[in-house]
Each structure stands twice: as structure tokens, then as C-alpha cells.
Design a protein. Structure first.
Length: 63
């Protein structure tokens, strides 16, 4: 189960990288859409650290 949790942590980082790429592409065309993608980048990075914290906390509790 911990392998899946670790995989999803990095999936959030991959999604954040994709949204950052999209934000850079939309920066000159549509600024509001770029800001929305930047919000998703922040949420993705937050979720990575949030899930990592609770995975480690759960792992320490089981041992």
C-alpha cells in the first residue's frame, strides 16, 4: 500500500509540472487562464508535501 501512496505523491508533482508548462504557454495569450494553472501548480505542490507528511506519519505509527 505504501508503494501506491509514494506513486501518487509523485503524480502530484508531475501534474504540477504539467500545469506550470501550460501556465507558461498561456502567459502571453490569456493571463487569467495562466493564473488558474498557477493555482493548480500551488495545489499540486501542497498536496505532494501533505501526502508525504501523512505517509511518513502513518509509516512511523505502524513500526
Amino acid at each position: 500500500m505504501m508503494k501506491f501512496s509514494k506513486f501518487f505523491e509523485f503524480a502530484y508533482l508531475a501534474a504540477a509540472a504539467f500545469f506550470l508548462y501550460e501556465a507558461i504557454n498561456f502567459w502571453d495569450e490569456d493571463r487569467t487562464k495562466a493564473y488558474l494553472f498557477l493555482l493548480f501548480v500551488i495545489i499540486g505542490i501542497f498536496m505532494f508535501f501533505f501526502r508525504r507528511h501523512f505517509r511518513k506519519k502513518y509509516g512511523n505509527r505502524k513500526n
